[in-house]
Structure formats: structure tokens, C-alpha cells
Design a protein around this ligand. Structure first.
Ligand SMILES: Nc1nc2c(ncn2[C@@H]2O[C@H](COP(=O)(O)OP(=O)(O)O)[C@@H](O)[C@H]2O)c(=O)[nH]1
Ligand SMILES: [Mg+2]
Length: 314
């Protein structure tokens, strides 16, 4: 993995999926080594969200083509909804096809989620950590149904929202108070003309009214994943957001926040609220995670040991 050998990726991801106790320990060993020895910050981590049908997969395909033309390598994690609502539709079909087309510079992995990402946050975080060591870019594609934006925000440096022209989902999205989460908005299907232009205006107006971090106003771009319009500009905008994170020294804090959330998720899933109470509760654990000089996976091991110790002593 540290030699950025693509052949190491699939076995590493399989190890992360393995539930046998001794393999789980090995997985944690791996994550700890990657966390401490892989050059930081590693890959660019970009989340892509939006309603089903907005064109996320098509857009990702266009983005991957753009990056491959520049010789960049790409890892993709698609969070598969597999819920009753979507009838188990697969998210990343298009990209999957490309990734399967014998291009060693593209790696595709889908992960099943039930109703939401929650509970999967730690698995997603671990996969992104692994892919981020080997590839230049890691994308996380997820269906935007509310909570998933907040979840995916925790594993990415930049969150891209793909908007569907003329659809009520944009309005619904604004009503749900999620305008503050994405860093970049792309109204896709600009080849459709007026409906795309209207949606872009709506989004720009809504953003004008929302409170944002100082120094970054999320741009609203018009793109067409189908004919490639605006893709280069979108890439430049994502670069600018990355630069903003570096300039304001917030990339590290954002990653740390995401890692903390993943570790808390893992602890809660494994030991429950009762287990977390044994080390002072969720808030106390979060505080320790945020202040930890060692990495999150390192602290995961330490906190697990403390909880097990408490449980043994009763
Ligand atoms: N006209 C037009 N159609 C698009 C564009 N991008 C995607 N589509 C179509 O929109 C539909 C949904 O695309 P898909 O990428 O599967 O959406 P996802 O569910 O968000 O991943 C497909 O029929 C695409 O061909 C675009 O830029 N213009
Ligand atoms: Mg898709």
C-alpha cells in the first residue's frame, strides 16, 4: 500500500470487510500504519451527491475522463442505496463500466447502505483512507436524500452537489436546510437550456441568503455531463476549494472531524451507548478524539481497550 501498488488495494479492502476477530485486528493494524506512515494529505477526497437521476454517475464519468487525460489516477466509492425506495438501483454503473475497462488508473468499489450512510461511516472512512493512499483522487458518490449529505461531508474534503434542472428536489433540499453543506453546486444537463438556467438562478438566490464559512461562497456552475460543457471549469473550481482549505488551514481540521465521527460510529456500533458511557459518554470521547495527536484509528484501538476493560470490571 505504501508503495502505491494498485494490486494491494483489493486485498486491503477485502480485509476491511472481513468480520473475523483476528482479521479485524489486522485491518486496524493496516489502517494505523496507513494513518501514520502514508504521506499526508494524500488523495483529494471529493463527495458527489444529488437526487437520483441528476446525473451524478454520468458527471463522475466525465470527471474521471478529464482526470485520466491528465494522467491522474482515481478511486471511487459508490454508496449503493439498495433501499426499497430506489429498488436497489446501482449508483455507479457508468463509472463501473469504465473502471472495469482494464484501466489500472481507475478503481471502483460499491458499498451497500440501507436507509442511510450512518453506521457505515466508519467503513466508508476506512475505504477512503485505503484508496487515498494509492490514488490521486477519491470520489464518494451517494444519493442525496437528506441525511446522507451530512454523512458524506464527514469523509470528503469537498462536497459537490449535482442538481437536476427543473426538479423540485432543489427546492426540497433548500427547505431541508442543507444549503450549508455542499462546497460546490453543479446544475447538470445545461444542454437542456432554460430549465437548467432557472434552477441555477434559484440556487444562486437561495445561497445568497444562507450563512456560510468566511472566505468561501459556494459557486453554482452550469455543466453538461453529456457533452462535456463546463467540466474543465468544474475541475478548476474544485481545485480552488482545495486551495481555500489549504490557505485557511482547515483541511486538517475537516479530516480530523470526519475521522472522529467515524471512530465514534464504530465504537457505538460495537459497544452501544452503554459502552461509550463507560468512557464518559459520546461527547467526552469526541473531545478526546478532536484533541488526539495520534491518529483516529490509533485512538479507536485505545478507546476500545478502555471500554472492554470497563465492561470486564462491570
Ligand atoms: N440531457 C442530459 N442528460 C444527462 C446528462 N447527464 C446525465 N444525463 C442523463 O440523466 C439520466 C441519469 O443519469 P445518471 O448519471 O445515472 O444519474 P444519477 O442517478 O444521479 O447517477 C441518464 O439517462 C443520463 O443519460 C446531461 O448532461 N444532459
Ligand atoms: Mg448514479
Amino acid at each position: 500500500m505504501l508503495a502505491r501498488d494498485r494490486g494491494a488495494v483489493a486485498p486491503a479492502l477485502n480485509l476491511l470487510d472481513d468480520t473475523r476477530p483476528e482479521r479485524r485486528r489486522e485491518a486496524l493494524d493496516l489502517l494505523e500504519v496507513l494513518e501514520s506512515d502514508a504521506p499526508a494529505p494524500g488523495a483529494r477526497r471529493i463527495g458527489v451527491t444529488g437526487a437520483p437521476g441528476a446525473g451524478k454517475s454520468t458527471l463522475l464519468d466525465a470527471i474521471v475522463r478529464n482526470l485520466r487525460d491528465q494522467g491522474r489516477t482515481v478511486g471511487i466509492v459508490a454508496i449503493d442505496p439498495s433501499s426499497r425506495r430506489t429498488g436497489g438501483a446501482l449508483l455507479g454503473d457508468r463509472v463501473r463500466v469504465r473502471a472495469g475497462a482494464a484501466d489500472p488508473g481507475v478503481f471502483f468499489r460499491s458499498m451497500a447502505s440501507r436507509e442511510r450512510l450512518g453506521g457505515l461511516a466508519d467503513a466508508t472512512h476506512a475505504s477512503v483512507t485505503v484508496l487515498g493512499v494509492v490514488f490521486d483522487y477519491v470520489f464518494i458518490e451517494t444519493v442525496g436524500v437528506g441525511q446522507s449529505e451530512a454523512d458524506v461531508e464527514m469523509v470528503c474534503d469537498s462536497l459537490l452537489f449535482a442538481a437536476q434542472p427543473g426538479a423540485g428536489d432543489t427546492l426540497q433540499f433548500m427547505k431541508a436546510g442543507l444549503m450549508e453543506i455542499p462546497d460546490v453546486f453543479a446544475v447538470n444537463k445545461s444542454d437542456l437550456g432554460p430549465p437548467a438556467e432557472r434552477t441555477r438562478n434559484e440556487l444562486e438566490n437561495a445561497l445568497g441568503m444562507s450563512e456560510r464559512d468566511a472566505g468561501w461562497t459556494p459557486p453554482v456552475l452550469a455543466v453538461s455531463a453529456r457533452d462535456g460543457t463546463g467540466i474543465a471549469e468544474l475541475m478548476a473550481t474544485l481545485d480552488a476549494h482545495r486551495q481555500h482549505l489549504l490557505d485557511t488551514d482547515t483541511l486538517d481540521a475537516r479530516r480530523r472531524r470526519g475521522a472522529s465521527a467515524a471512530v465514534l460510529d464504530a465504537l457505538e456500533r460495537r459497544y452501544g451507548g452503554f459502552g461509550l458511557d463507560g468512557i464518559g459518554g459520546r461527547a467526552a470521547a469526541a473531545e478526546r478524539l478532536n484533541a488526539a495527536p495520534e491518529g483516529a484509528f490509533n485512538l479507536l484501538r485505545k478507546l476500545s481497550a478502555e471500554i472492554e476493560d470497563r465492561l470486564r470490571k462491570g
